[in-house]
Design a protein around this ligand. Structure first.
Ligand SMILES: Cc1cc2nc3c(=O)[nH]c(=O)nc-3n(C[C@H](O)[C@H](O)[C@H](O)COP(=O)(O)OP(=O)(O)OC[C@H]3O[C@@H](n4cnc5c(N)ncnc54)[C@H](O)[C@@H]3O)c2cc1C
Length: 506
């Protein structure tokens, strides 16, 4: 290496939205320094993504960010949506149904600008994050040693070098273009009007969403503060922007959602296209794309920002492991692309697409029938658990990843956050690290491990086994009849040799 060569930080993050900030905190958790470049100097003005689901909550917990985010939001264990016409509950989701696999489950309702504010405060307080605002990135270029980023900041042009870079610069950022990639997929024919409204009516505290089931399209509102609601309504093709955003049309939408004569102060409203799109690759060389820079999803189901934060979690531990300078770091980095692209296309896109089409594509009578059937099915505990896990983003699985041994049905899934025999939760015991779990009546002599004496039936273990769980809580491998050789081999595959085996201290 020549004397002139110097890195400014191990990782340069382009974009300081929720995903860029999350990645900075995720890296900090593993003591990896990053420089984050954000062109905005102020906050975003809209509520945007407003729900933080359970899977994202546990990742925030690993980044030591959860308590602060939760304190700034509205946490609900019961998520109830009403028919706006009759006020009757149509969806009543009780997250306590999954408290055996998740510690204190619920939905956290919080406007995106508040989430960003809290994450930024935490990043600013961390010695590992260097957040620079008012810096607009112009180019990213890479060679076999580093990524070079040029930008313009308050003091003029700057050039920075990082071992890796993450493009978290949203749908229209420069990072994806620098890689010659585009967002492929579809744009729905219907567009949506989004607005933030303070209304003069008070509803039951538990009623968090109101759905206009009689409307021919998608029309619902979610509450994010006592009288503040975000409304979302689909607009059929052919209606002009002027008509869709006219005060009369907005007042009519609000009357259908909140009742005749409702008065509202609308802080913001706009017409948007909605998409189901993703980049062809999420990595190229030393650059990764995450969040909206990599995929765009319909707001139905509120999965988009959450999925972006899951990208950040997948990437953070992998980058940290690569800096151990052992093993095959390039293979581990590329697994980020394979895993997250698969999760986005096969799980997130399918789920949001189904909800969007149900909302905008069905005649009201069929929609009402469907909602009635769903509402009835949701009375059973089994269905409650299924939906809480699904919408809570706890049930996805990586099946195509080369670093996951998918021969066992548990591999590729998030590990349940069980209560251990000492009363502690498994996630607290894992503490965001890679661990071995001794499942059943077995000892893994020579290794540090966490014991789960009575594994739940849904783990599908025929006999005692060793489980490798990654820092992001995903099961990488289930090792039957584990011996030191088989454990070492499976550990090598799970981490491409970048993490040392958890050997017991002599
Ligand atoms: C109006 C609106 C409403 C939405 N509503 C919902 C919703 O209800 N539910 C939901 O799940 N999602 C919603 N979304 C989507 C959600 O906001 C995104 O999924 C989320 O913001 C993605 O986060 P991100 O960090 O990947 O990207 P962004 O939030 O877009 O952040 C990217 C950041 O990069 C910065 N940046 C861009 N280019 C550069 C550059 N060249 N140099 C430096 N910085 C740069 C930008 O300023 C921005 O701060 C909404 C989005 C919008 C716009």
């Amino acid at each position: 290496m020549d004397d002139e060569f110097r890195l400014d930080a191990p990782v340069i993050i382009v974009g300081g939205g929720p995903v860029g900030l999350g990645l900075a905190l995720g890296l900090a958790r593993y003591r990896v320094r990053s420089i984050l470049l954000e062109r905005r100097t102020g906050e975003i003005g809209e509520s945007r993504a407003m729900v933080i689901w359970p899977r994202t909550q546990e990742l925030l917990r690993d980044w030591l960010a959860y308590d602060a985010v939760r304190a700034a939001g509205m946490f609900v264990r019961d998520f109830r949506a009403c028919d706006a016409g009759s006020n009757a509950p149509i969806v009543d989701l009780d997250f306590r149904n999954i408290d055996d696999v998740f510690d204190d489950p619920g939905a956290l309702i919080i406007p995106q600008y508040v989430t960003e504010r809290v994450l930024e405060e935490l990043a600013a307080a961390s010695a590992y994050c260097d957040v620079r605002r008012g810096v607009e990135v112009a180019t990213l270029a890479q060679d076999e040693r580093c990524v070079t980023v040029t930008a313009t900041g308050p003091a003029g042009p700057i050039t920075l070098r990082g071992a890796y870079a993450a493009g978290c610069d949203g749908a229209h950022g420069v990072s994806r273009h620098a890689l010659g990639l585009s967002l492929e997929g579809t744009t729905y024919r219907s567009r949506v009007v989004l607005s933030d409204d303070v209304i003069d009516r008070t509803f039951d505290d538990c009623d968090l969403a109101r759905v206009d089931v009689d409307s021919p399209g998608l029309a619902f509102a979610i509450r994010f503060a006592p009288n503040e609601w975000r409304t979302i309504a689909s607009i059929p093709p052919g209606v002009t922007e002027e008509v869709a955003l006219s005060p009369q049309a907005h007042a009519a939408r609000l009357e259908r959602l909140f009742g005749k004569g409702v008065q509202a102060r609308t802080s913001w409203s706009s017409l948007f296209n909605i998409h189901r799109r993703h980049a062809q690759r999420f990595t190229a060389g030393r650059i990764a794309l995450a969040g909206d820079a990599a995929h765009l999803n319909s707001p139905a189901g509120a999965q988009g920002m959450n999925a972006g934060l899951h990208d950040a979690a997948n990437l953070a531990w992998k980058l940290a492991a690569i800096f151990n300078d052992i093993g095959d770091g390039a293979a581990l980095f590329n697994s980020y692309d394979l895993e997250r692209r698969e999760m986005v296309t096969d799980t997130v896109e399918r789920f949001t697409d189904r909800l969007t089409r149900l909302g905008i594509g069905l005649p009201p009578s069929i929609k009402q029938f469907g909602i009635r059937c769903f509402s009835r099915a949701l009375r059973g505990r089994g269905m409650q658990r299924k939906i809480c896990r699904g919408i809570g983003m706890l049930s996805g699985r990586y099946v195509k990843s080369p670093i996951i041994d998918t021969r066992h049905p548990l591999a590729g899934r998030r590990i349940d956050d069980l209560v251990l025999s000492d009363g502690k939760r498994l996630n607290r015991a894992r503490n965001g690290e890679a661990v071995l779990i001794a499942a059943g009546d077995i000892r893994l002599n020579g290794f540090r491990s966490i014991g789960v004496l009575v594994p739940p039936k849904r783990w599908h273990l025929k006999r005692a086994a060793a489980l490798i769980v990654r820092p992001d809580g995903c099961v990488a491998s289930v090792i039957d009849a584990p011996d030191p050789g088989r454990i070492a081999e499976a550990w090598q595959r799970a981490f491409c040799g970048t993490l040392p085996l958890p050997l017991a201290e002599a």
